[in-house]
Write a protein that binds this ligand. Sequence first.
Ligand SMILES: Nc1ncnc2c1ncn2[C@@H]1O[C@H](COP(=O)(O)OP(=O)(O)OP(=O)(O)O)[C@@H](O)[C@H]1O
Ligand SMILES: CC(C)(CO)[C@@H](O)C(=O)NCCC(=O)O
Ligand SMILES: [K+]
Length: 259
Amino acid sequence: MLLCIDCGNTNTVFSLWDGERFLCTLRTATEHTRTADQYYVWFSTLLARYRIEPEITDAIISSTVPRVVFNLRVFTDRFFNIRPWVVGKPECLLPHLPRVDQGTNVGPDRLVNTAGAFDRHGGDLIVVDFGTATTFDVVGQDGAYLGGVIAPGVNLSLEALHMAAAALPHVDVTKPDRVIGTNTVACMQSGVFWGYVGLVREICDRIRTEYDRPMRVIGTGGLAPLFAQGDVLFDQIEDDLTMHGLTVIHAYNKENGAI
Ligand SMILES: Nc1ncnc2c1ncn2[C@@H]1O[C@H](COP(=O)(O)OP(=O)(O)OP(=O)(O)O)[C@@H](O)[C@H]1O
Ligand SMILES: CC(C)(CO)[C@@H](O)C(=O)NCCC(=O)O
Ligand SMILES: [K+]
């Protein structure tokens, strides 16, 4: 059984893969001070609640926050006696090397999304991931990450409005009924919802213009279904794309890797 850990700037997600399906998906806030023991208490409590007997033999971690990796390594080592693969480390091989400027450290989540999306859909893709940042990953014909776009995340934009403007409250993102808001909250929701629908459409259009082959767009991340209500933005939405990518990279390393 494979433990997949996707650590983003906001949330960390653990998922158990039994070789055929994910048995559970557990989510906790990303916090670099969380210790291995704390992870274990949280993890084992939820598994007991879902009546899952973990028989973990392997682990793979993707982390956009470098400093949390240490305690996650201690966690897999102490409680499962496992040394995890860590995406982005030299000993963790990728099915396709990214073709980017020298010295660029591509976010591991983007490399994982690329591997997951290529495995399911083949090449010539744009993967749009609505996380802390809204990222666009261009997947080449051969499956390599070719670059992309990083825009501010949806919740980050709303939070920035609230923080910077004394009269603007904290609001949640939602699809407003009308574009013209008749109260403050509705105005903010309209700005963010329709603003991001336009952002996604415009960036995908411009990527397509720069790229010389037809492309498909895959949406992922918690907010993808919401924005898909605003326009036809995606050919497909997949909520487990990052987790799937972790299983793909793990399988590749099992076959070709050194550990
Ligand atoms: N309608 C909604 N309004 C606000 N948040 C939502 C809504 N639907 C889903 N979400 C949130 O989306 C998030 C899922 O996001 P996802 O895991 O893709 O990225 P993240 O955890 O926010 O960012 P990162 O992966 O960078 O840490 C969850 O926190 C969930 O609460
Ligand atoms: C852009 C984020 C924050 C999205 O999670 C992450 O992929 C990251 O930290 N990337 C590093 C820079 C890059 O991907 O080029
Ligand atoms: K994510």
